[in-house]
Design a protein around this ligand. Structure first.
Ligand code: PGA
Length: 258
């Protein structure tokens, strides 16, 4: 077996925090969360706060900034949109793709997510691709089918070399912003499905080394049990990442032996 991925703790700030608010967050968060060799932190601010975050964490090699979304075209007449290359120029080294709020509110279907992942890779950013089922899909017994479709669409498009460099977040839509967290065994089951799809295309060793994060109502009170769940390599945190003390507590969890 190849080594497991280094655990990742990611903050998705969604449509919160202006540049001054982002700087104030870092002033409180950075001293509360000193660097540790066994984990990495990612912060996904809004695009307008990217430079503030990237500049603010420049001295911290354990923390990187990422963009929450990019346009599926490299550039063009797309008022209000941000390209992957522009995000890179503002200091992003990571990019989310396929977040369920983009899928639901902006019509990002699998085809568009695939194109966005292509732009993200072209710009030299690392994609964090989000997948997950809605409550209706889960209740209809379609968990596996949905994950296989969402993960398979991206893997089929990027090819094996790039596929090994992707990072994933399993985020059950019914657990996002609802206070309802997947149980550790729900998370382990879904992560096993995602890893199985990865193994079919990359082989078991390479799939074992890919980071799959869990997201959906992660907070200081449940981080330890989620990080102990089988196949969970980190977390993508929305609401609880807005508070520096809460996110520092999440990032400081004692990790189970790996
Ligand atoms: P939440 O959001 O932690 O507020 O549930 C997670 C996410 O949407 O990435």
């Amino acid at each position: 077996m190849s080594a497991r991925a280094v655990p990742l703790f990611a903050a998705n700030w969604k449509m919160y925090k202006s540049p001054p608010e982002a700087r104030a967050f870092l002033e409180a968060f950075l001293p509360a969360c000193p660097p540790r060799p066994d984990r990495r932190i990612l912060v996904f601010p809004s695009a307008v706060s990217l430079e503030a975050v990237a500049g603010g964490v420049a001295e911290r090699t354990d923390i990187a900034a990422g963009v929450q979304d990019v346009h599926e075209e490299a550039e063009g007449a797309h008022t209000g949109s941000v390209s992957a290359a522009m995000a890179a120029g503002a200091g992003a080294t990571w990019a989310l793709a396929g977040h369920s709020e983009r899928r639901r509110e902006f019509g990002d279907d699998d085809g568009r997510v695939v194109r966005k992942v292509g732009r993200i890779l072209e710009a030299g950013l690392r994609p964090l691709v989000c997948v997950g089922e809605t409550l209706a899909e889960r209740e209809a017994g379609q968990l596996e089918q949905v994950l296989v479709r969402q993960v398979g669409a991206v893997l089929g498009a990027v090819g094996p070399a790039a596929a090994a460099g992707l990072t994933w977040a399993y985020e059950p839509v019914w657990a996002i912003g609802t206070g309802r967290t997947a149980s550790p065994s729900d998370a382990a089951g879904a992560h096993g499905i995602v890893r199985g799809v990865l193994a079919d295309s990359l082989g078991a060793d390479a799939a074992g080394a890919v980071a799959i994060l869990y997201g959906g109502s992660v907070k200081p009170a449940n981080i330890a049990e989620l990080m102990a769940a089988d196949g969970v390599d980190g977390v993508l945190v929305g609401g609880a990442s807005l508070d520096p003390a809460a996110f520092a507590a999440i990032c400081s969890v004692t990790l189970p032996p790996r």
